[in-house]
Write a protein that binds this ligand. Structure first.
Ligand SMILES: [Zn+2]
Length: 322
């Protein structure tokens, strides 16, 4: 058995919002053990160790057992070509991720036995498994989309136990990318919540607004710009709520509560003006109205794995049905 450092090293601390709610994909319970990533032959040694557990990952999906836990495998039960990543250890065993190549394809909205989308099951997994699955999906998604050197276009190979890629021509090293995105409530003077329907969503889905941070932009600036662009409203005060990874393929969702600018909107509210491209309709809801239409099924809220759901329930003050 491979010798592991003590578990007390640096176990991840779960991420919580400023109002104390655990973020589904911000949870973890293992030591990422970054110090060992440069150890020569580490992946090979851990693959030869029968106590090692392997998370199998592909295209935002993970191998699952009963749907609420990962199907963790012994290394010799994982066959075929693919990329390997060292995720860390819990003091008893080490964890690897394996991304088969070519990756199996999954149809959106349909299910494949033995596999689940992390978007659907992230909140059902334990802290330890949520952290393992999120890191595994993030690394596999990065590797799948970044096979070539951004400097010269030559092929790259994984190094540092899967946490970096090295150019085979010029030797430059490249690390996984994370793209920040802001996601925010917009609350009016009566503390109603703005919910919108994106052009990309099913008919009954409603959620808060979100968008990528642009080059050279700060987070609060991105909040105000996105709200202005998507629904034509001016946000004044902005409060940070929390952040969680969203590795589909490589986002970090940074959540805020945003409040309508009282000077730009005298009277405390205004009619949203959806842009008609990204956002098809948008409206303000009271807590009573939202509970009623969610309860009746008229409106479907985002998955419990998403930080959008956390923002909505933070405003609401508790869990909503569905
Ligand atoms: Zn290169």
């Amino acid at each position: 058995m491979t010798t592991l450092p003590p578990a007390a090293g640096a176990p991840d601390t779960p991420a919580v919002t400023s109002d104390g709610v655990a973020l589904p994909l911000g949870r973890s319970a293992i030591d990422r053990d970054a110090d060992r990533r440069r150890e020569e032959g580490l992946i090979e040694r851990l693959r030869a160790d029968s106590s090692t557990a392997v998370v199998v990952v592909a295209s935002g999906h993970v191998r699952v057992g009963d749907g609420t836990s990962l199907d963790l495998r012994a290394p010799d039960a994982v066959a075929g070509p693919g990329s390997w990543f060292y995720l860390g250890h819990d003091g008893e065993r080490a964890y690897l991720a394996h991304a088969p190549e070519p990756a199996p394809r999954f149809e959106r909205g349909s299910t494949t036995p033995g596999w689940a989308s992390l978007r659907d099951v992230g909140h059902l997994l334990s802290d330890a498994e949520a952290g393992l699955a999120t890191a595994a999906v993030a690394l596999a998604s990065w590797r799948r989309g970044h096979r070539h050197c951004p400097r010269c276009g030559a092929s790259t190979v994984l190094v540092e136990a899967g946490w970096a890629a090295r150019c085979e021509r010029d030797g430059s090293t490249h690390y996984p990318r994370t793209d920040p995105a802001v996601i925010m409530s917009v609350r009016d003077g009566a503390d109603r919540l703005l919910l919108a329907r994106s052009a990309a969503w099913p008919q009954r889905r409603r959620s808060v607004l979100a968008g990528f941070v642009e080059a050279g932009e700060g987070l609060e600036q991105a909040v105000r710009r996105e709200v202005a662009e998507e629904v034509g409203l001016a946000v004044g005060h902005v409060d940070y709520l929390g952040a969680q990874p969203w590795p589909f393929p490589g986002s970090l969702m940074v959540a805020f509560h945003g409040y309508l600018d009282g000077e730009a909107h005298p009277g405390g509210s205004a009619h949203p003006r959806p842009d008609g491209v990204e956002i098809l309709d948008a409206d303000f809801y009271t807590r009573e109205a939202l509970a009623r239409i969610v309860g009746s099924g008229e409106v479907v809220l985002p998955s419990r794995t998403s930080i959008a759901r956390v923002i909505i329930e933070s405003w609401y003050g508790g869990a909503l049905p569905g």
